[in-house]
Design a protein around this ligand. Structure first.
Ligand SMILES: [Zn+2]
Ligand SMILES: [Zn+2]
Length: 92
C-alpha cells in the first residue's frame, strides 16, 4: 500500500500499488475535502550507494548551491545533504 498526502487538507490516501502507473499524471479526489488533485508515481529502480565520510566522523563537504527559489544561496553538504544554517537565516 502506498500513501499519498492530499495537497489541500493533508489527509492521507491509500493507493493500491497495482493501480499505479509510473511517470503518468493521475487524478484522484480527496474523500475528506472533496477536492481533486493530481499525482505522479516515480518508481526508483536503482539504488546507488555513495560514501559519506561525514556520517562516519569525517568533515562535511559543503558546497554553495543556488536555490531554485529567488537568489538565496544555500550551503549543502554534497555527501549527506545537510543544509548549513547561517546565523540569522531561517530555513523553512
Ligand atoms: Zn483533501
Ligand atoms: Zn555531510
Amino acid at each position: 500500500m502506498e500513501v499519498v498526502k492530499c495537497p489541500y487538507c493533508s489527509e492521507y490516501h491509500d493507493f493500491d500499488p497495482q493501480d499505479l502507473i509510473e511517470d503518468q499524471l493521475l487524478q484522484a479526489e480527496c474523500f475528506n475535502c472533496e477536492k481533486s488533485f493530481t499525482y505522479t508515481v516515480t518508481i526508483s529502480r536503482y539504488i546507488e550507494a555513495s560514501k559519506a565520510e561525514c556520517l562516519n566522523g569525517g568533515e562535511h563537504n559543503f558546497n554553495e548551491m543556488k536555490s531554485m527559489y529567488g537568489n538565496k544561496k544555500t550551503t549543502i553538504c554534497s555527501n549527506c545533504g545537510l543544509v548549513k544554517k547561517k546565523a540569522g537565516f531561517i530555513v523553512n
